[in-house]
Design a protein around this ligand. Structure first.
Ligand code: PEP
Ligand code: MG
Length: 883
């Protein structure tokens, strides 16, 4: 077992390919060394060591300790410094680095190796005592918090107290002497609160920090993050121990973060922020507001503080050069961390940068056009689920805006909600179904729960790369950061703006696109899909095999779905059409009629309404396939329930209330989902199916005449388990077709098929396919009937199942590939054995779920059908599934 991989001095033992073992950060540090870039030397302890640590009651094996010592010797050779030595001390950073990036979730210790003695040497060596003491106090603060477990508030309090005592406002104003006072108090606080003193042996410090990084893999926020992002706990984190370089060595030093393209818009322009005379965590923590890296960004932001380009032109030139190289090398936008120590540039990290959905589209399209990646790679790079972000509402430009403040447009989209000031309140409000905006001075990784629960995030401090901004973009939540004109008064729970004071619970709107903060709720607009979106969709459409249809019954939904690229309707649930005003009573008349004649009288009134609905759908779909399902739900769903409702309906239908109550009771079922519904209705009351068939055929004739496009309706019979059920209903449909053809004098083409929603139907598919011309998998019901889990009652115990790991995913959201999936495969295979050209589709909710769509591709389905807003997601997922 090799525990340690070294890097630095122009070469590395690992490379980017070793990501699983070295973690993302370690693998990329090695890769940058191999590319000859300036990287401070270091070593990576592999992820396996983390697993070993947990498997052996949190201990570190001797063999690992020896390898780390050997690695340190190598770092000493490269740097010409010695760890724990009093001449030229080698100082270290110790950082986590998992396989998947988990920004800010785990612990970091900087400036490790400083003691009461080495701090003097560092000051001597650097010729700057103030710097040395500042570094030492930072180290004690971080180590005291992260490794020893003393709350960082304790240190903050001491620091504030000492600053006030010496009459300073900024940390940067403290002198070496003053820092020594702070440090003395820090050490006292540690001894007092923890009963142990701050370690003066650098080796002890090192093992303490390594253990702390391993332990942080299991801290609450890391666990939450992993759950949210499906990262397995077994992966573990690597630990990177690296020679420190200092961005806080005076005004020719700096530290910063950059993206090779703009992570918010996708523009192909270097985007980043830096601070002069600072260490890395200062930028991310948002304690000082950083400066722009490029002159262009500085001008655009209207800042009067100089850019890095102006301030340190040589380091800037080298840095931009490295940015270009790394982007070409990885063929993707990179997120970089760097430090400039007295004019010399050092690279501390590179990784594929997180980006908004909009930026992801733009970058993929641009990179394909630049020839950096292929069109297929561009399509493969977009996470289908992220397209949801593009469907975020934006503020209606015509709306009246009462702007109370402004910050940076950190994450796009607009959001409205009540003000809350803590993450706990945000979580609590979400549980109560209230929408909130989380308002904070700044956020930290502890806020991850609250950020997830909020509609939007507003901070008064911090830049585009602050924690709030990065995390919000990743989550697709609108965010405005660094709104400096606003002030949070936590004690009194107030948000104070110029000219307005808002309380907790007051409603505000934030616009993550412009950075504005507005009073009250503002009218929103649905988003427009950009040109890049169109390009990616075009490329996706060129690669996919499966068609994408939509589930729609209203003209508005059908039109929306067409604009999103739906290629027909895969499911029109006709019952929804009966719930409209003026119709529901006719429907009730039909249900309450004493005999067939009475029912036919009511149905005759429904016929023209249904027909006009279908004409409209056919016209919108203009020759594309339209699948119409016969009435499916149990009839009592149309009847009133409470006494008041019964009284009201009885009055409007001139029915005796007592008798109506009796009829309602008679239709009661113990398991309505397994009761008198689906094709069972059509068998009991064939006149309903006949009316619907007639409406469909007459509408098809009319639409064909009106539009000139041939209409081939597909009539779908729900909840079939037996071939004889389908045959009975199909015979009625065929008879009506004959009549309408005779009346209209035109030939009508149509298909009759069935839904596969019952395990028996799947198993007997070869027999059912003798009558059915198509199958559509109704995976909502098929999941319900396969598992024997009521889809309407599942949420209570499925949540427990998910929490206890009994199921990994909600089977009503993502297909259960093993069980329900096998039934689908069986039905597809057996059905096609009987009828080679049997058309296969899916119309359950799973038709819009990317992972389920992959399964459908493998099962050889012809199309998926989903709700209108998921059509773009399905088009993209279908393309990716086809690769
Ligand atoms: C299904 O069961 O998957 C389906 C599409 O029908 P419904 O959801 O209307 O029962
Ligand atoms: Mg169903």
């Amino acid at each position: 077992q090799k525990w340690v991989y070294t890097f630095g001095g122009g070469s590395a033992e690992g490379s980017a390919a070793g990501r699983d073992l070295l973690g993302g950060k370690g693998a990329n540090l090695a890769e940058m060394c191999n590319l000859g870039l300036p990287v401070p030397p270091g070593l990576t302890i592999v992820t396996d060591a983390c697993a070993h640590y947990y498997a052996n009651s949190r201990t570190i094996p001797d063999s690992l300790k020896n390898e780390v010592r050997a690695g340190l010797r190598r770092m000493e050779e490269v740097t010409g410094r010695t760890f724990g030595h009093n001449e030229r001390p080698l100082l270290l950073s110790v950082r986590s680095g998992a396989r998947a990036s988990m920004p800010g979730m785990m612990d970091t210790v900087l400036n490790l190796g400083l003691t009461d003695e080495t701090v003097q040497a560092l000051g001597h060596d650097a010729g700057d005592a103030r710097f040395a003491w500042d570094s030492y106090r930072r180290f004690i603060q971080m180590y005291g918090d992260v490794v020893m477990g003393l709350d960082h508030e304790v240190f903050e309090e001491i620091l504030e107290d000492e600053k006030a005592r010496f009459g300073h406002e900024q940390d940067t104003e403290l002198s070496a002497m003053e820092w020594q006072h702070v440090i003395a108090r820090y050490k006292e606080a540690i001894a007092e609160e923890l009963g142990e003193s701050f370690p003066q042996d650098p080796e002890v410090q090192l093992w303490g920090a390594i253990g702390a990084v391993f332990s942080s893999w299991m801290n609450a926020r890391a666990v939450t993050y992993r759950t949210l992002h499906n990262i397995p706990a077994e992966w573990g984190t690597a630990v990177n121990v690296q020679a420190m370089v200092f961005g806080n060595l005076g005004n020719s030093s700096a530290t910063g973060v950059a993206f090779t393209r703009n992570p918010s818009t996708g523009d192909n322009a270097l985007y980043g922020e830096f601070l002069v005379n600072a260490q890395g965590e200062d930028v991310v923590a948002g304690i000082r507001t950083p400066q722009n890296i490029t002159e262009g960004a500085r001008i655009a932001s209207g800042s009067d503080r100089p850019s890095l380009e102006k301030l340190m032109p040589e380091a800037f030139a080298e840095f931009t050069d490295i940015c270009t190289r790394l982007e070409r090398h990885y063929r993707d936008m990179q997120d970089l961390e760097f430090t400039i120590e007295r004019g010399k540039l050092w690279m501390l990290q590179t990784r594929s940068g997180k980006r908004t959905a909009k930026a992801a589209l733009k970058m993929a399209v641009d990179m394909a056009e630049e020839g950096l990646i292929s069109k297929e790679q561009a399509v493969a790079r977009i996470d289908p689920a992220s397209l949801d972000q593009l469907l975020h509402p934006t503020i209606d430009p015509r709306a009246r805006r009462e702007v109370i403040g402004a910050g940076l447009p950190a994450s796009p989209g607009a959001a409205t909600g009540e003000i809350v000031f803590t993450s706990e309140e945000a979580v609590h409000a979400q549980e109560e179904g209230r929408k909130v905006i989380l308002v904070r001075v700044e956020t930290s990784p502890e806020d991850i729960h609250g950020m997830h629960a909020a509609e939007g995030i507003l901070t008064t401090r911090g830049g585009m790369t602050s924690h709030a901004a990065v995390v919000a973009r990743g989550m697709g939540i609108p965010c405005v950061s660094g709104a400096g004109t606003l002030r949070v008064d936590l004690r009194n729970e107030l948000l104070i703006a110029q000219g307005a004071t808002l309380k907790k619970g007051d409603v505000i709107t934030i616009d993550g696109g412009s950075g504005q903060v507005l009073k009250g709720a503002i009218p929103m607009l649905q988003p427009e899909l950009s040109g890049d979106f169109g390009r990616i969709m075009e490329w996706a459409d060129a690669t996919r095999r499966m068609k994408v249809r939509t589930n729609a019954e209203t003209p508005a939904d059908a039109r929306a779905a067409r604009s999103f690229g739906a290629e027909g309707i895969g499911l029109c649930r006709t019952e929804h059409m009966f719930f409209e005003d003026g119709r529901i009573n006719v429907m009730r008349e039909m249900i309450l009629a004493g005999d067939e004649t009475g029912r036919r009288t009511a149905l005759a009134k429904l016929l023209p309404m249904q027909r006009s609905d279908f004409v409209e759908l056919f016209e919108i779909m203009h020759g594309l396939p339209v699948t119409i399902r016969l009435l499916d739900p149990p009839l009592h769903e149309f009847l009133p329930k409470t006494d008041e409702e019964i009284a009201e309906v009885a009055a409007s239908l001139a029915f005796d209330p007592a008798e109506l109550r009796q009829r309602v009771d008679a239709l009661h079922e113990f398991n309505p989902m397994l009761g008198h519904r689906g094709c069972r209705l059509a068998i009991s009351y064939p006149e309903i199916a006949e009316m619907q068939a007639r409406a469909i055929f007459e509408a098809a004739c009319q639409a064909a005449r009106d539009t000139g496009a041939a209409v081939v309706p597909e009539i779908m019979v729900p909840l079939v388990g037996l071939k004889s059920e389908l045959d009975y209903v199909k015979a009625r449909i065929d008879a009506v077709a004959k009549e309408v053809i005779a009346e209209a004098g035109v030939e009508i083409e149509y298909l009759v098929g069935t839904m596969i929603e019952l395990p028996r139907a799947a198993l007997r598919a070869h027999v059912i396919a003798e009558s059915a011309e198509f199958f559509s998998f109704g995976t909502n019901d098929l999941t319900q009937t396969t598992f024997g889990i009521s889809r309407d009652d599942a949420s209570q115990f499925l949540t427990t199942y998910l929490q206890k790991g009994i199921v990994e995913r909600d089977p009503f959201v993502q297909l259960d590939f093993d069980g329900v999936g096998e039934l689908i495969q069986i039905a597809a295979e057996r059905g096609r054995r009987t009828r080679g050209d049997l058309k296969l589709g899916i119309c359950g909710e799973h038709g819009g779920d990317p992972a389920s769509i992959h399964f459908c591709e493998e099962a050889g389905l012809d199309y998926v059908s989903c709700s209108p807003f998921r059509v773009p997601i399905a088009r993209l997922a279908a393309a990716q599934a086809a690769f």
